[in-house]
Write a protein that binds this ligand. Structure first.
Ligand code: PSU
Ligand code: MN
Length: 308
């Protein structure tokens, strides 16, 4: 956590989040790359607002993270969320970008990696996202492994996601998490969810049927000084899941086009998401929204247990 002095220098905490901090209320951090680079307008703004509402309805306070004009922001107003959803002047911000964007008074959308950093600087213990970044397919050649995984491994935080998209290599992502000591807890499932679908075929070691069990596992990890994060894999609700064949062929064609166009680095994930949206004629967006909202709900419930 940042010292008071450094908080004053670098961070702006919204009044609602500050009040929650002062009173020991459960807080749920939310990322902002999904808003600026993960979904089109206006669905991105609608989803961000819906997630905040769902967190509140489930007894916690939402804290969307971002960098605006070089200030680390924890908790955004509706107007600021709209800015994140519409401005073209927002840099997708990973760990390497974080100091640059702040020092130069720029705007940055926080990925899972930098949302974890921000949450940790502010003392928040739980983050909700849609899908976490991971080991990309072909990483043995490209070395493309999302910073999300290292940040999760090295920070005391619970991250709630709907598994990993099959634009990634889900098997290698799980191996990587195992090496770095991150427990992956399936919420009511023992199969790693694949974001748009409920199952990937990769088995999870631990299935948890209650949010209390999840919070207890995280607390135990931290009390034992086994520092680092816990990943919760919360499958998309049955009724919102996509047809497996449709989504897999969309992903294959998106990967093929990315390769042909020579898309690399930080552009890869946004490009693939955009293509999948196009190929499925918007169906993937409907699923994406549903799973994020579901994560917001479960995340708030876990946060309440954690802050007990
Ligand atoms: N997956 C999604 N939507 C997203 C992202 C991932 O379905 O918006 C974003 C998240 O912010 C995640 C980031 O942290 O992409 C990972 O990017 P990269 O693969 O470049 O590390
Ligand atoms: Mn990458």
């Amino acid at each position: 956590m940042l010292s008071r002095e450094m908080m004053k220098k670098y961070m702006v905490i919204s009044p609602e989040v500050q009040d929650a901090m002062d009173n020991g209320y459960p807080i749920v951090a939310l990322e902002s790359t999904i808003i600026s680079h993960g979904m089109p307008y206006p669905q991105n703004l609608e989803t961000a607002l819906a997630c905040e509402r769902i967190v509140r309805e489930n007894g916690a306070i939402p804290a969307t993270t971002a960098i605006i004009n070089g200030k680390i922001r924890v908790g955004l107003s509706e107007e600021e969320l709209k800015f994140m959803a519409t401005s073209k002047d927002i840099i997708k911000c990973s760990r390497r970008d974080y100091p640059y964007i702040i020092a130069n008074k720029l705007n940055g959308a926080t990925t899972v990696a930098t949302s974890i950093i921000t949450a940790s600087l502010a003392g928040i213990k739980l983050l909700v996202t849609g899908g976490i970044g991971g080991v990309h397919r072909g990483a043995e050649e490209t070395f493309d492994i999302s910073r999300d995984l290292q940040e999760l491994a090295g920070t005391d935080i619970v991250v709630v996601c709907a598994g990993a998209k099959s634009i990634l290599d889900i098997g290698l992502t799980l191996e990587y998490l195992e090496t770095f000591g991150v427990p992956v807890l399936g919420y009511k499932t023992d199969d790693m969810p694949a974001f748009y679908t409920r199952k990937s075929g990769y088995k999870l070691d631990y299935k948890m049927d209650s949010v209390a069990e999840i919070a207890n596992t995280a607390s135990t990890k931290w009390e034992l000084k086994l520092s680092g994060g816990v990943l919760v894999a919360n499958p998309i609700p049955e009724e919102d899941a996509m047809d497996e064949n449709l989504i897999n062929s969309a992903i294959e064609s998106a990967l093929k086009e990315a390769k042909e166009k020579g898309i690399t680095g930080k552009e890869t994930t946004p490009f693939l998401l955009g293509k999948v949206l196009e190929v499925t004629s918007g169906k993937s967006l409907v699923s994406n929204i549903a799973l994020v909202e579901n994560n917001a709900k479960v995340g708030a419930q876990i946060a309440r247990e954690l802050y007990r």
